[in-house]
Design a protein around this ligand. Structure first.
Ligand SMILES: Cc1cc2nc3c(=O)[nH]c(=O)nc-3n(C[C@H](O)[C@H](O)[C@H](O)COP(=O)(O)OP(=O)(O)OC[C@H]3O[C@@H](n4cnc5c(N)ncnc54)[C@H](O)[C@@H]3O)c2cc1C
Length: 106
């Protein structure tokens, strides 16, 4: 089955780059269409850390408050834990995600 579509901008891929591109073009009233290879989202997390420039883009899109509302505060992400399982033996942990005292000013 095939169908004809007309759009000014065709965006291939609905990852952060593609979906942000679509949203930003939309704010300028530029017609666009996103196509993606898959019909589902990734089943593992890929955005533990969201950097300052990304938050600025989300702010421009009016999405900052929503992003913050579903985020974990940095203090809750202090360590990178090495363990056999979540309830099993812990081998060690590192201060990470910018939480080492030497990096607090970052
Ligand atoms: C485990 C993991 C953890 C991560 N943690 C972080 C983090 O904490 N912070 C952070 O900033 N980044 C993190 N990243 C990196 C971040 O996920 C990537 O930088 C980001 O996803 C890249 O976005 P993108 O839109 O460029 O590409 P992608 O997210 O790869 O999106 C590209 C999309 O295009 C689709 N596509 C490709 N080719 C075609 C085609 N021919 N036709 C149709 N669709 C197509 C793909 O299926 C995909 O959905 C992590 C990545 C992984 C794997």
């Amino acid at each position: 089955m095939s169908a004809d579509y007309t759009t000014d901008v065709l965006i291939v891929g609905s990852g952060p780059a593609g979906s942000t591109c679509a949203a930003l073009l939309g704010t300028y009233g530029i017609a666009n269409m996103v196509v993606s290879r898959f019909g589902w989202l990734a089943d593992t997390p890929r955005a533990h850390i969201t950097n300052q420039r990304t938050m600025e883009v989300l702010r421009d899109l009016g999405l900052e408050e929503e992003a913050v509302s579903v985020s974990s505060h940095q203090d809750l992400m202090a360590n990178n834990v090495f363990c056999h399982s979540l309830a099993g033996e812990e081998f060690g942990r590192l201060l990470s995600w910018g939480n080492h005292p030497a990096r607090k000013a970052d």
